[in-house]
Design a protein around this ligand. Structure first.
Ligand code: SAM
Length: 215
């Protein structure tokens, strides 16, 4: 299971023990993703999944996008917050993990709400309808793409909708950048808060998640 950047294990365990518990589908998805060893930490954390489902439910979301769907946890969280008429466009550049994701979506009974598009996410986003119809988006793919993903999503998000970005803290490296992705997130975070089209709230959850509320 993905670790928290901010909470040491005892407190994090305490928090998880007193939050919405994982169900069998999520536990199996964590188990299957753990077997992928070197990329297992990519998976959306349990506390974030619960929050995403709650936000989607509170928004009454019917149209959503998941940028970087990997083995399917975030798309699952989004789809579960929607009613049967909800639609999630899940984007990933590879189909390496499609089978794992589909098993979870099917077992959870939400597969018909999720459309996986395997292509560079920027192409998928540019092909979406250009009017503001999106209620919720979650962005967790290549960090160098965040600004471009934001530009495509913000014009398609309805007033009152949300765009959430994962890895705000880059495991603390936003204060001491090492990788090019760290610099990309630092620049993105600085631009987002200045953007007049959104109000930004950052949550210190998992590795940090910024919420851009579309004005
Ligand atoms: C951190 S993982 C996403 C984790 C996922 N949200 C979850 O809930 O488990 C990042 C994903 O973004 C994908 N990705 C990387 N670059 C991409 C791109 N240019 N377009 C679409 N997906 C991309 C990777 O293949 C990977 O599956």
């Amino acid at each position: 299971m993905k670790e928290s950047t901010l909470l040491a294990p005892p407190l994090r365990d305490y928090m998880l023990a007193h939050s919405q518990p994982l169900d069998a589908v999520q536990r199996r998805l964590i188990e299957r993703t753990s077997a992928l060893v070197e990329v297992a930490h990519w998976q959306t954390a349990p506390e974030q999944s619960a929050l995403i489902t709650l936000l989607v439910r509170l928004l009454g979301a019917r149209n959503a996008v998941d940028v970087g769907s990997f083995t399917g946890m975030s798309s699952l969280a989004i789809a579960r917050g929607m009613g049967p008429d909800g639609r999630v466009v899940a984007c990933d550049v590879t189909d390496k993990w499609t089978e794992v994701a589909r098993e979870a979506w099917q077992t959870a009974g939400v597969a018909d709400r999720i459309e996986l598009r395997v292509a560079p996410a920027i192409e998928t986003l540019r092909a979406l309808p250009s009017e503001p119809y999106l209620d919720f988006s979650f962005v967790d793919a290549d960090k160098e793409g965040y600004q471009d993903y934001f530009e495509e999503l913000v014009v398609r998000t309805r007033p009152g909708g949300l765009i959430a970005f994962d890895n705000f803290f880059r495991s603390g490296r936003v204060l001491k950048p090492v990788k090019s992705a760290d610099h990309a997130v630092i620049e993105f975070n600085a631009r987002l808060v200045e953007d007049e089209r959104v109000e930004v709230v950052v949550l210190p959850i998992a590795d940090g998640m910024s919420l851009a509320y579309r004005k």
